[in-house]
Design a protein around this ligand. Structure first.
Ligand SMILES: Cc1cc2nc3c(=O)[nH]c(=O)nc-3n(C[C@H](O)[C@H](O)[C@H](O)COP(=O)(O)OP(=O)(O)OC[C@H]3O[C@@H](n4cnc5c(N)ncnc54)[C@H](O)[C@@H]3O)c2cc1C
Ligand code: SF4
Length: 327
């Protein structure tokens, strides 16, 4: 596998990025750490002739308890013990991404916008050609759900559910200016699965903003994967909340690694507010969650197993909230 030639651009400010993105409309990809994009390019997956490297844009760097820059390396976030204590789901999630080597190049923005995965997609050009390609790259049908004109590739980033659980927001910049909105609105849950986010064409992810109100709130991110040292999530469950004695005061629960987009389940968790969660009540709630998640057969573990694990991981994550975050 080799990288085809592309033209590399190195803007030095957000304004330069935005002007370049207007000029190169539809002909480029942003390059952050490259740990996801470049392997995909080597497999000839949706190549563009231009890459806009974000490395030299100072505004995208740095992190604090209020803000994670889009170009901040995952390894730098991981090493901040204060941040992990303030936002336990983020601390849990970031140290579970890939391997130390990947985390030393991979970034916060790249992780949130990582390409969705499917075993008919993450393959060489020749492998895919032998099957006649698929909707997501070069083809016109889906091998997983052939009766639909939609891509069901799985969203497999670890940070997104954790950031949703702590109620973080993203800041993006584009030709129409800047906007800020909750992380869960970044993903196009009801879309075609190919254009996987709600970003407008060429929009740049600038930063993630962390709210003060969820700081130091107990929580956790729990990840199911085959090889714990390395693999993408087959399921990732994040919970963050506060208890008033034994009663639920506020609970935020998000799930990734199971469907096309990560999701937060406010309508379901809001129904628990004011309730005392006995072991039976928690088990019943976890089962309700299991019923609402529908994995398809396009990752390593079978969908039925991943679905059954939803109730196990939801229960364990909420127990961590009940225990005040203690492991
Ligand atoms: C062996 C291996 C194992 C992995 N395991 C995991 C895992 O367990 N969990 C996990 O979550 N990921 C995993 N990954 C995927 C990936 O390495 C990480 O998600 C990483 O955080 C991606 O960040 P990056 O900076 O390298 O992104 P890049 O590859 O540079 O970019 C990814 C995508 O985001 C877009 N993008 C990047 N930054 C911006 C921005 N600021 N604005 C707009 N668009 C942007 C790019 O155009 C591209 O489409 C793994 C990768 C490898 C190679
Ligand atoms: S879910 Fe279907 S369209 Fe999407 S990558 Fe897999 S085979 Fe292709």
């Amino acid at each position: 596998m080799h990288l085809d030639p592309f033209e590399l651009h190195r803007p030095a400010s957000v304004e330069e990025v935005v002007s370049l993105s207007g000029r190169l409309a539809g002909q480029f990809d942003y390059l952050a750490g490259g740990t996801d994009l470049l392997p995909n390019y080597k497999m000839h997956l949706n190549l563009r002739p231009h890459l806009v490297a974000l490395e030299d844009v100072p505004e995208l760097r740095g992190h604090s308890l209020d803000r994670l820059g889009a170009m901040e390396r995952l390894a730098d976030v991981e090493q901040d013990r204060g941040l992990a204590a303030a936002y336990p789901p983020i601390g849990d999630a970031v140290r579970e991404v890939a391997t130390p080597l990947v985390r030393s190049s991979g970034t916060v923005g790249g992780n949130l916008l990582v390409e969705t995965r499917c075993f008919f997609f993450n393959q060489s050009y020749f492998w895919r050609e032998s099957l006649g390609f698929c909707l997501k790259a070069d083809g016109d049908r889906c091998h997983v759900v052939p009766q639909k004109k939609k891509c069901y590739a799985t969203f497999s980033g670890d940070l997104a559910p954790a950031l949703m659980a702590v109620e973080a927001e993203v800041e993006v910049a584009g030709g129409e200016g800047r906007r800020r909105f909750p992380v869960e609105r970044l993903y196009d849950v009801g879309g075609d699965g190919i254009h996987r986010t709600t970003l407008r064409p060429g929009e740049l992810l600038v930063a993630v903003h962390l709210p003060v109100h969820s700081r130091s709130r107990p929580g956790a991110y729990l990840k199911l994967r085959v090889r714990p040292s390395y693999d993408f999530p087959e399921l990732g469950v994040a919970a963050s909340g506060t208890m008033d004695g034994t009663r639920v005061q506020r609970l935020r629960l998000a799930i990734g690694g199971a469907e096309m987009a990560p999701r937060r389940y406010d309508a379901m968790t809001d129904r628990l507010v004011g309730e005392t969660l006995s072991a039976d009540r928690l088990a019943a709630f976890a089962l309700e969650m299991e019923r609402s998640v529908r994995p398809v057969h396009n990752t390593f573990l079978l969908p039925d197993y991943r679905k059954r694990m939803v109730s196990v991981y939801v229960r364990r994550a909420i127990e961590r909230v009940q225990a005040g975050g203690a492991k």
